[in-house]
Every structure is written in structure tokens, then in C-alpha cells.
Design a protein around this ligand. Structure first.
Ligand SMILES: Nc1nc2c(c(=O)[nH]1)N[C@H]1C(S)=C(S)[C@@H](COP(=O)(O)OP(=O)(O)OC[C@H]3O[C@@H](n4cnc5c(=O)[nH]c(N)nc54)[C@H](O)[C@@H]3O)O[C@H]1N2
Ligand SMILES: Nc1nc2c(c(=O)[nH]1)N[C@H]1C(S)=C(S)[C@@H](COP(=O)(O)OP(=O)(O)OC[C@H]3O[C@@H](n4cnc5c(=O)[nH]c(N)nc54)[C@H](O)[C@@H]3O)O[C@H]1N2
Ligand SMILES: [Mo]
Length: 767
């Protein structure tokens, strides 16, 4: 049964004056104060400021925060509030050293808030869990490698899982992916499995490209940008400069988002002295529509209807007929399905009026070059495939893919999440060519698909997964269905976490458990042949070198490359082609291998990696070469008008959207100020609009519980959330990730990619 949206739809484009909001534009002085707070808290040294000044500039250190592009001609300060926070957080002068671990049992540490746990500072020594004293105790690197190698060898290779979150550079990621395949598995889940896997799987199907088609140049030429569910002000603030330039030269921005996110409303450029002095801001979105969660399919169906109506009124003037005929397939079916859709249903699912969608449609029709931007608001839904399919449909109808100033542009998460996939981190054989594995290393690669994040969780619950090695990340917090997953975690025979700072996942050890301290990207990395650089790929497919300038947090901390190589060497039988020590000594040799393995993307890698603005690895769809099954760009025929999955009916069932605050980077909580939303001091809150509060009989500040409304025999519940009135559509509630992750069932995920539906979970509010 499909849930019926609640009455009293709130869809105004003006802010509800009776709920919290931030009065100033995004950026501005508020962002500088945000940085100053972290500067003090992390006990930053004056050196930190020097490092920030070089951040994201050629031959500098590339930001560890988001994956937005680093322009060839950088601003004076090419970093944002959140990039600065990420750098300062990593340059933390506090230490979670052997003494810290000696003085706390894990049971004690589990009582700490995530924020306080990370405040312990940088990890400094390899640690092994001692169940008797319930403490992590120091060990030597050699002992650690030996035992980890022994444990991994004792398993069937397919019982091991190697997770990477998108922090590590291309060099370490490539070795990690190679290690897995040399061992005999490709269980290589990555953070993108919880994030843009919807993109990797579905854009590949529609356009033959698993990544976006735009470059920075497109933003100089677009007439309009349509924004769906991406929160630029918090998630990729440097992108605001690009948006401001688009608006300044007359480009039009239209946004669909259930929340009025400040950065998409207005922006004060902190690099612009006159804006800073006068507080004058640049309005960003010309139209801002507070769509219902999951309502984007309906919005895009409405927009397509507008295009079709205009074409009917002036045949041959609106659709790009040549493009549709020669470059695409499936148009007729998609058109027929959209024509058959009813405006009343579109209004019902989107929560917007026909007039609103027609207004947006006029902007679409009057623009020759349009970019579609999206983020988690489209990907983290059961019908994420349809969200992306409809966005591609809308763009393809008017030839808005593969032409200057147009295209589809997912904004990626971690700084190197896209690049890690490019160099082989992924569960499929296609991620690392088998012939090359044979030719370069004499490895007979596994042929069966490995496990992605959700499949690995299922394997853990069923006892098929025995060892987990993580290259960054905090899975116990980031995954869906936390209560079930956390309970299953101790069943693991082996856990190895390679990390910069302690987090909650480290406190849930397997029977044999190691916590290994690694250098971050800000740290100087010196190996046998001298100082090393690492590299990464941004959202727009540019590849950059990055050099860490800071003094490492301790003498016993090793690089990610060194640690992966150390474990691999201790695990695998000797193979003269696997030169782990040589690769650790000189990362340039790893880049040469990457170039041999993936020559189309990485030819002359070492020579090009410090090119200002990075080197572009190209995109076939941008050149209208469609590497799809049909050899053409594919239209998608809509089968429903909502991105939400099938869920229980009932007036009390609400759609939960989990949100990031402006004061966190994923599971790392910098503080309790969600400044850009006007929400301060508390993360255990439930956002709901005032009409819905009265409908459900809730009072402001009242503590409530949320329970998941999907009944599959598991109770999912989070207690003690403070009711907080907020300008958010009817029928939905909001709250923070990762606090609310226990509510999302593992099985409630995007249909084709298993990306968890963190934006559409049906819940009930229990007073
Ligand atoms: N400061 C900071 N930066 C980050 C991160 C961070 O945690 N903090 N995380 C990084 C990572 S890993 C990622 S993946 C990216 C994530 O960055 P984004 O893709 O921007 O993701 P979110 O901020 O989680 O959510 C985006 C927006 O989706 C809206 N939304 C929710 N449901 C819907 C819906 O159904 N439809 C529409 N149209 N909108 C909806 C929300 O209101 C929110 O504004 O950011 C990266 N950058
Ligand atoms: N409910 C809900 N859940 C979500 C989301 C959501 O929107 N809603 N978003 C999902 C998304 S988009 C993502 S990407 C995942 C993220 O999930 P994870 O990949 O688990 O992410 P992080 O929180 O970024 O991982 C933080 C940890 O990484 C380690 N770390 C930091 N820097 C480095 C480094 O340079 N090297 C190494 N080795 N370790 C490092 C630190 O120990 C830190 O504690 O969460 C997902 N979960
Ligand atoms: Mo992400």
C-alpha cells in the first residue's frame, strides 16, 4: 500500500515566521566565527593558519572535507567554514595516546557522546584490544601485522570485508583494492554505498557514466540551474562562489528542497570585503519550492508536462527532436507515461501547486542551457533510480546533456569518494580489469561480485562475514538499523580500524581487534625516498596532487599506504610482482601502476598531478558517447509518482528525513550549532511544523519517541527527542544523522543500488 500524504500540505515559498531560522546569509561573519570556535577547541597552532592559506591551491594540501572542485585560479582563501573545520580538526593538538587508552575501559568510553570521544584527539600508537582489562593496549606494528595476517589467512577470503570511507588518497585506495583481489575477494564496500551509489548504478544505466557530466566551465555558460536535494551552504560551501557568479551574470537558480536551506536562499561572500563590511548578500535561488520528501518524481513529471504542453503549442520549437532521434532511446514510452499522469496526483505527491511547477517550467523553457544538480535528497530514496531517471528525462528532452553549459551534476561527499571508485574500490570485477590483474601482477582475480555495504551487513547478520578491515569511517554510526548492527558487531572474529581519531565503531571490537593510527592528508608523509604526495579526484572528475605540510601527531603513526602494504605483505603469499615495500618507499610507483591499470583515465599521471585545477579525466556522456547497453542515452518510463517505497498507510505515519547539521562532517560532530538553520545547542530534536504539531497533539519542547512504522518483526525506536517547531512540509519530520539511524531498516533501500533510504523512512511519533 502506498502511504497517503497528510493533509495541510505546507508548500509556501516564504519562510514560516513562527519557526527558527538564521537571519543572515550563508557565509559572512557567522562562518568565520564558526572556524574560530574550532580553532580554539582543537588547540590549533599558528602553523594551522599557514596551512589553511595554502589549502586547495596548486602544490598545497587538498581539503579533507567535501569533493567540490579546486579551481585553477584559486581565491585568496580557497577554503570554506567547513573545510577549515575539517583541517583544524585533523590538526588537533590533543592526543588519544597510549596513556589515554590505558586510563579508560571501552565500557566507560561508550558512555561518551561522539563529540567528546573525538575530542580525545589524534591516535598515536597501534593498539590491540585486551578483553580482560577491557582496554586497548599498545603493540608494535610488526606484532599487529603478523597477527592480522595470520587471522586473515585463516579465513575463506570471501569472509573478509574491506571498507573504505572516501578520505584516503588514490594510492592507498588502489593498494587496498588490489590487496583484496590478490587475497581472493572483492568485498569492497565504500561510503558511496550509503550515498551516491544510486548515481554510480543508475546514471551508468541512463547515460553510460557513473559520475556527473559537468565541468566548472559549464557553470560559466549555463542559463539555469535546477537544484534537487543538495545543501550547498553546509555540504559544499565553496560551490556557493560558483552559484554567486552564475547569479551575478544573470543565470537563474530554481531549488526544490523540503527545508529552506540558507545557502540556497542567500550568500554573503566572506572573500568579498564590500559584502562583509555591509552585510549585503547575493540572493541565490530565484524560486524556492518546499517539495515533500520523495516528491521530486512528481515535480519532474510536472516539469515534463510543461515541456510537452509548450511543444504542443508550438510543434518543433521546444523539444530537441534531432537529439532525441539520434542520441536517445525510450522517449515515446516515457512521454506517453508522463502525458497520462494527472496534475492532481502530481500536486498530491509533490506538495506543490500546479502553478508553482508551471512557474518553474517557464524558467526551464526559457533557458537554453540547464544544469541539474542533486545530492542526498534524490539518492537516498527507495525510488532513487526514478528520481535520477526523471532528472535525466527532463534534461534529455531539450538536449541538455553533452553540450556546453548543460548536464547532470551530482555533488559528491567525501573528498576522494569518487576517485577511490575510479581506481578499483568496488565490489564488481568491472571496477578493476581482470586482464590487467593477470598481466601486471599474475593474480587470478575473483569472478563473483563482492559485497557492498548493505550486503556486507546482511552477511554479518547471517554469520557469513568474519573480518572487517576499515580504511577510515565509523560504520557502527553511519549504517542503517544501528541496534541490530551494533549487536551483531562483536560476532566478528577480526576488526581492524585504520583511523586518525577514535570513534564509536572502535569501541565495538571483534574478538581480535586492532586500532591502527594513520596520517591524515594534512600530515607530512616522509618515506624512504623522501616526502610523498597523494592524489584525489573531485566531483567534476579532476585529479589533483596534495602535499601534507603539518608535523605528524607522533613518531609511531604510519601512512595509509604503509599500513595497507604492511597488512597485505603479512597476509599474502610471496609474489615478486607485489612490491609492497617499493610502493611504500615511493608513491610515484603506485601512480605508475594506476596509469597502467587505467590508461584512459590516468596516462602520465605523475607528470600531470600538479596541474593547476587538476587534470580532467574526461567523461564519455559529455562527448555524447553513450556507454550504455543500448549505445544511446536512455529515457526512463515512470511507473509511480513518488520516490518513497511501499509503506504502511495511516494518518499518523510520517516520512522521516535525516539531516546533517552545519556543525558536523558525517559522524564527526564538531559542535551543536546548526547555525544556518537557526538551530542551536541540541541534536536530539524532532523537527515538525506547527500545524502538524497541533494535529498530532504535540507541544513545543515535549520529549517524544520515534518508532519505525515498517513492521518486519524488529522494533526500531529512538527516545527523548525534543519537539521543535520548524518550517518543514506536512507529513514529514526531520532529525539528525547519525542519532536517528536506528530507525532506518537495513532492507529499506534504493532498488538498484541498495543505497539506504535515509530520506524516506516511515515513522510514528510516540508522545
Ligand atoms: N559540512 C559537511 N559537509 C559535508 C558532509 C557533512 O556531513 N558535513 N558530508 C559529505 C558527504 S559524505 C556527502 S554525501 C555530502 C552530502 O551533501 P548533500 O547531498 O547536500 O546532503 P545532505 O546535506 O544530507 O542533504 C541535502 C538536502 O536534501 C534535502 N532533502 C531531504 N529529502 C529530500 C527530498 O526528498 N527531496 C529533495 N529535493 N530534497 C530533500 C535536505 O533538506 C537537505 O537540504 O556532503 C559532504 N559534505
Ligand atoms: N541517517 C543517515 N545516515 C547516513 C547518511 C545520511 O544522510 N543519513 N549519510 C551517509 C553517507 S552520505 C555517508 S558518506 C556515510 C559516511 O560514513 P563513514 O564512511 O563511516 O564516515 P565518516 O563519518 O566520514 O568517518 C569518520 C571517521 O573516519 C576517520 N578518518 C577521518 N579522516 C581519516 C583519514 O584521513 N584516514 C582514515 N583512515 N580515517 C580517517 C576518523 O576516525 C573518523 O572518526 O554515512 C551515511 N549514513
Ligand atoms: Mo556521502
Amino acid at each position: 500500500m502506498v502511504r497517503t500524504p497528510q493533509p495541510g500540505t505546507h508548500s509556501s515559498t516564504d519562510h514560516d515566521p513562527d519557526t527558527p531560522q538564521y537571519e543572515a546569509g550563508a557565509g559572512g561573519w557567522g562562518s568565520l566565527r564558526g572556524v574560530a570556535r574550532i580553532f580554539a577547541e582543537a588547540r590549533s597552532s599558528p602553523e594551522a593558519l599557514r596551512i589553511l592559506a595554502g589549502q586547495n591551491k596548486p602544490k598545497g594540501m587538498m581539503c579533507t572535507s567535501c569533493a567540490w572542485a579546486k579551481p585553477a585560479k584559486p581565491h585568496t582563501f580557497e577554503f570554506c567554514e567547513n573545510g577549515a573545520k575539517a583541517t583544524l580538526w585533523e590538526l588537533d593538538q590533543r592526543r588519544a595516546d597510549a596513556e589515554f587508552w590505558q586510563s579508560h575501559t571501552l565500557s566507560e568510553l561508550r558512555r561518551l557522546h561522539d563529540h567528546d570521544l573525538e575530542k580525545a584527539g589524534r591516535l598515536t600508537d597501534p593498539l590491540r584490544y585486551d578483553p580482560e582489562s577491557d582496554r586497548y593496549l599498545p603493540v608494535s606494528w610488526d606484532e599487529a601485522y603478523d597477527e592480522i595476517g595470520r587471522e586473515l589467512r585463516a579465513l575463506d577470503p570471501t569472509e573478509a570485508v574491506f571498507y573504505s570511507c572516501g578520505h584516503a588518497g588514490l594510492e592507498a585506495a588502489f593498494l587496498f583494492a588490489l590487496f583484496a583481489r590478490a587475497m581472493g575477494h572483492q568485498n569492497l564496500p565504500q561510503s558511496s554505498n550509503m550515498c551516491h551509489e544510486t548515481t554510480s548504478v543508475n546514471l551508468l544505466k541512463y547515460l553510460g557514466s557513473p559520475v556527473g557530466t559537468c565541468t566548472l566551465e559549464d557553470f560559466d555558460h549555463c542559463d539555469a540551474i535546477f537544484f534537487f536535494g543538495q545543501n550547498t551552504g553546509s555540504s559544499s560551501p565553496r560551490f556557493l562562489h560558483v552559484l554567486k557568479d552564475v547569479v551575478d551574470r544573470g543565470g537563474r537558480i530554481v531549488t526544490f528542497n523540503p527545508l529552506r536551506e540558507r545557502g540556497l536562499v542567500e550568500f554573503v561572500d566572506p572573500q568579498n570585503l564590500s559584502q562583509m563590511a555591509t552585510g549585503r548578500s547575493t540572493p541565490i535561488s530565484e524560486e524556492y519550492y518546499q517539495v515533500r520528501p520523495g516528491g521530486d518524481v512528481a515535480v519532474m513529471a510536472g516539469l515534463m508536462k510543461c515541456v510537452l504542453a509548450a511543444e504542443d503549442a508550438g510543434p518543433g520549437t521546444v523539444l530537441d527532436h534531432d537529439f532525441i532521434a539520434t542520441e536517445t532511446t525510450g522517449y515515446a514510452e516515457a512521454e506517453a507515461a508522463v502525458r497520462a499522469m494527472d496534475w492532481a496526483d502530481i500536486e498530491h505527491h509533490s506538495g506543490l501547486t500546479r502553478e508553482m511547477i508551471e512557474q518553474a517550467g517557464r524558467i526551464y523553457l526559457s533557458s537554453n542551457r540547464v544544469i541539474g544538480i542533486y545530492g542526498m535528497g534524490l539518492t537516498q530514496h527507495v525510488n532513487g533510480w526514478l528520481n535520477l531517471g526523471m532528472l535525466c528525462n527532463l534534461l534529455l528532452m531539450r538536449g541538455n546533456v553533452g553540450k556546453l553549459g548543460a548536464g547532470v551534476s551530482p555533488v559528491r561527499g567525501h573528498s576522494n569518494v569518487q576517485g577511490q571508485r575510479t581506481v578499483g574500490v568496488g565490489e564488481k570485477s568491472a571496477h578493476m580489469p581482470a586482464d590487467k590483474l593477470r598481466e601486471l601482477f599474475g593474480i587470478e582475480p575473483p569472478t563473483d561480485d563482492g559485497l557492498n555495504a548493505v550486503h556486507a551487513c546482511e552477511a554479518l547478520l547471517e554469520g557469513r562475514m568474519k573480518a572487517l578491515v576499515t580504511l577510515g569511517g565509523n560504520l557502527v554510526r553511519a549504517l542503517p538499523d544501528r541496534t541490530r548492527m551494533e549487536a551483531a558487531w562483536p560476532r566478528l572474529r577480526l576488526t581492524v580500524n585504520i583511523a586518525t581519531k577514535p570513534n564509536r565503531s572502535h569501541l565495538v571490537p571483534g574478538q581480535v581487534a586492532y586500532l591502527l593510527p594513520c596520517l591524515g592528508r594534512t600530515d607530512r608523509d616522509v618515506q624512504e625516498t623522501g616526502a610523498q604526495a597523494v592524489s584525489m579526484e573531485d566531483s567534476l572528475s579532476n585529479i589533483y596532487g596534495s602535499i601534507g605540510p603539518a608535523k605528524p601527531p607522533g613518531d609511531n603513526v604510519r601512512s595509509e599506504v604503509a599500513i595497507v602494504a604492511g597488512i597485505a605483505k603479512a597476509t599474502l603469499p610471496r609474489n615478486p610482482n607485489l612490491r609492497w615495500d617499493d610502493w611504500t618507499a615511493d608513491y610515484g610507483r603506485i601512480r605508475d601502476l594506476i596509469a597502467e591499470m587505467f590508461p584512459d583515465d590516468f596516462a602520465d599521471f605523475n607528470a600531470r598531478m600538479f596541474q593547476p585545477g587538476g587534470f580532467y579525466r574526461g567523461n564519455s556522456a559529455r562527448d555524447r558517447v553513450w556507454k550504455t547497453e543500448s549505445g544511446r542515452a536512455e529515457f526512463t518510463t515512470p511507473t509511480t509518482l513518488t520516490a518513497l517505497g511501499e509503506t504502511p498507510d495511516g494518518q499518523d505515519v510520517m516520512t522521516l528525513i535525516t539531516l546533517r547539521s552545519n556543525d558536523q562532517f558525517n559522524t564527526t560532530i564538531y559542535g551543536f550549532s546548526d547555525r544556518l538553520r537557526g538551530l542551536e545547542g541540541d541534536r536530539d530534536i524532532l523537527l515538525i511544523n506547527r500545524d502538524e504539531m497541533s494535529r498530532l497533539g504535540l507541544d513545543e519542547g515535549q520529549p517524544v519517541s520515534l518508532v519505525c512504522a515498517i513492521d518486519d518483526g524488529h522494533e526500531r525506536r529512538v527516545d527523548d527527542l525534543k519537539v521543535t517547531p520548524y518550517d518543514i512540509p506536512a507529513g514529514c519530520v526531520g532529525g539528525y544523522y547519525p542519532e536517528l539511524n536506528p530507525l532506518v531498516p537495513l532492507g529499506y533501500h534504493e532498488r538498484n543500488s541498495q543505497t539506504p533510504a535515509y530520506r524516506g523512512t516511515p515513522v510514528r511519533v510516540v508522545p
